[in-house]
Design a protein around this ligand. Sequence first.
Ligand SMILES: NC(=O)c1ccc[n+]([C@@H]2O[C@H](COP(=O)([O-])OP(=O)(O)OC[C@H]3O[C@@H](n4cnc5c(N)ncnc54)[C@H](OP(=O)(O)O)[C@@H]3O)[C@@H](O)[C@H]2O)c1
Length: 303
Amino acid sequence: MSSVIRKVALVGGSGRLGPYLLKALHSDPAFDVTVITRTNSTATFPEGTKLIKVADGYPDDEIVKAFKGQDAVILSLGYQGGQHHAALAEASKKAGVKRLITGWGGNVANQEAMEIFPIGKKVAEDIKALEAMESPEWSWTAICCGLFFDFCLEVGFFGIDALTKTATIWDDGEQKFSVTARPTIGLAVTKVLAHPKETANRRVYISSFQCSLNEILDGYKTITSSEGWNITKVTSEEMVANATENVKKGENVMYSIGRLGLATAVKPGLQADFAAEGILDNQMLGLETNESSHEIIAKVLKA
Ligand SMILES: NC(=O)c1ccc[n+]([C@@H]2O[C@H](COP(=O)([O-])OP(=O)(O)OC[C@H]3O[C@@H](n4cnc5c(N)ncnc54)[C@H](OP(=O)(O)O)[C@@H]3O)[C@@H](O)[C@H]2O)c1
C-alpha cells in the first residue's frame, strides 16, 4: 500500500468523541477530511466541514459510494451505532479504503477485562473480525486509550464528586491505569495516520498519563478543599460481582455497566497501566503529552 494517507472519512463525527477527532484532523493540513453523517441526524459540524449524508442504518450501496476515494475511514460509533461496525468495515474494504481506524477503549487484549465489561467484549470481538479481513491492500488500527479522562470527570465516572464531597475508592485506591483526554486521542489519530506502516493491523496503546483513584481524589482535594470528604471504601471483587448481577437481572443496567467499565481500569491484574506493561506507543507515534491530572480536573471543575 502507498504509505501516504491523505483523504480521511470520519463516521460518527458528532457524539462524545467525534468532535475531538474532527478538530485534530481539521487542524492538520496533511488531511482532507469528510464527515459521514446520517440523514436523520441532528448533529451540527463546524462551518466548512465536508459532509456526506447517508440514510440511517448506513445502507451498503450508499456507504461504499461515500467511502470510494478515501485512504482511511475512522469509525467513532457509540453503543447504538456500534451494531453497524462489521458492515462498515466490510464496506471500507469493498470501496478500496486502505486503513480502518477504530477502538477507543481499554486493554482489549486482556481476556479477563473483556469478560467483565460487556462493551469491551463487543469491541474485542469487532477487532477479531478485523483481523480476519486483513489483506495487502486493507489494514486496521485499534486505538487503546483507556478511559477518556476529561469525559469521565465530566460525568462523575470515577465516583468522586466535588459538590457533595463524596468519593468511592476501590481497594486501596493505588491501582494505576492509563487514561487519555479526548483532544489527545484526536492528536494520536493524526499520528497514526502519519505512521501507516508502524500502526498496521495492530492495537496502538496511547495515554495522556497513568493515574490512580487516590491521585484523582488528591487532585479534587487540592483544587477544592481537603476537609470534610466522606470516603466509602469498596473492593473491586464486590463491585464487579454486584454490577454483574445487576446487569443479569436488568436492574440499574447503565450504571452497572459503567461500574464494570471502571473495573477494567481499577481492578488489579487487568493490565490497564500501559506504561507499566511496556506497551505504550506514545513514543513510536511521536505523541508528546504534557498534561497533568490536576490541570484537567481544574478545567472540568471550572466548566
Ligand atoms: N474509553 C472511554 O472512556 C469511552 C467513553 C465514551 C465512549 N467511548 C467509545 O468511543 C466511541 C465513540 O463513542 P461516543 O460515545 O462518542 O458515541 P455516541 O456519541 O453515542 O455516537 C457517535 C456517533 O455515532 C453516530 N450514530 C450512528 N448510528 C447511531 C444511532 N443509531 N444512534 C445514535 N448515534 C448514531 C452519530 O453520528 P451522526 O449523528 O453524525 O450520524 C453519533 O454522533 C465508542 O467506541 C465508545 O465505546 C469510550
